[in-house]
Unconditional design. Structure first.
Length: 124
């Protein structure tokens, strides 16, 4: 169980106006989290999306149709912000439709992605 689709907001799409980090730091944290995932042996494809539901849904659909996925992780920036509820709902429904055997993983931030994947894979 190692084919992983990592769906998250593109760093530029994140509203950092009230966040304790800047864009460069966010990008560094995402890169570090993705490196941990790769170092752990997961074959992961990042899918960074914007907040436009139609465009993001098309992008996620294209990624889901590439190949079978064992785990689909949906990032906290999509799940935890009420303004993104429709986006989150659309993504969950797409995964249900196009990757019904995939397990879901939910991280709390880029630094907890590997932990979330291990939980989804039954390893943690």
């Amino acid at each position: 169980m190692n084919r992983v689709l990592l769906i998250g907001l593109a760093p530029e799409a994140v509203d950092l106006s009230e966040a304790p980090i800047d864009l460069a730091t966010l990008k560094e944290r995402i890169a570090a989290g993705n490196a941990q995932v790769a170092d752990a042996g997961y074959d992961a494809l990042p899918c960074e999306i914007g907040t436009d539901v139609s465009a993001a849904t098309a992008q996620v659909r294209a990624a889901l149709e590439q190949e079978p996925w064992d785990i689909v992780m949906i990032g906290g920036g999509i799940r935890a912000i009420p303004a993104h509820t429709e986006l989150f709902e659309s993504i969950v429904n797409l995964v249900h439709e196009l990757a019904p055997r995939a397990r879901f993983a939910f991280n709390a931030g880029p630094d907890t992605t590997l932990e979330a994947l291990r939980r989804a894979a039954g390893q943690g």
